[in-house]
Design a protein around this ligand. Sequence first.
Ligand code: C5P
Length: 229
Amino acid sequence: LKKINIALDGFSSCGKSTLAKALANKLEYTYIDSGAMYRAVTLYFLRKGIIDGDDVQEDKIDEALSELWIDFFYNPETGKSETLLNEENVENEIREMEVSRNVSRVALIKKVRTRLIGIQQIQGQAKGVVMDGRDIGTNVFPDAELKIFMTADTDVRAQRRFEELTKKGASVTLEEIKANLADRDHQDTTRAENPLLQAEDAYVIDNTNLTQEQQFEMALGWSMEIINS
Ligand code: C5P
C-alpha cells in the first residue's frame, strides 16, 4: 500500500490532535504533534530565563537551540505519545497556561522555526506521517498528499479546551482561555514567518457542529481515496 503524508493545520483548540491521532492509529502511521515541539522549546526558554516577562534574550537563543533535543515516545501506561525535552518527560508541563501564554511569541522567532521545521521534515522523509500544526501543509510538507485545514467557532473551541483542562484539575477560567485563544489566533495568523494559512489544495473541516466520528470518517475517506489512487 502506498504511504502518504497527511498535514493537518488550523486554529488553536480545534481538535486537530484528536483527529490526527485517530487517523494515525487507523492507518498505522506515526502521529507528530508539531505544536508540542514549539511548547517544549518555550518551556526550555522559560526555564533558562531567555523569556522573562516581555523580555527575550535574543543573544542566548542560538546556544539554547543547540543544547536542546525534542523527541516523542510511546508511553504504554497512558497509551499516548508523550514529549521528551532532553530526555525528560515534559508532556504535562508543556500544556500548562504559562507555556500557552508564551508559545506563540516563541513561535515567531525565525531561528526557532528553522530548527523545528528541519526536524519535522526529517521526520516526514519516509512518509506515513500525520502531523498537525499551523504551517505543515504550507511550509513543512508543501507536497503532502493530503492537507486538511480545521476550523471551528471560537466559543465552541474555548469551551472544549476549558473542559479538557479542568478535567485535568487545572484552575483556569473560561474567560482566560478565550483570551488566550484569541491572542494565539491573532499572533499565528499575522506573523511574518510561516503564518497560519489555509493551503490552496487543503480540504476544509469546520467542526463546530460535527462529532469526532463524523470528522474521522471524512478524513479517512479522503485518505483512502488518495492511498488507493
Ligand atoms: O498546537 P498547539 O496549540 O499546541 O501549538 C502551540 C503553539 O505553537 C501555537 O499557538 C502556535 O503559535 C505554535 N505553532 C506554530 N507552528 C506549528 C505548530 C504550532 O507556530 N506548526
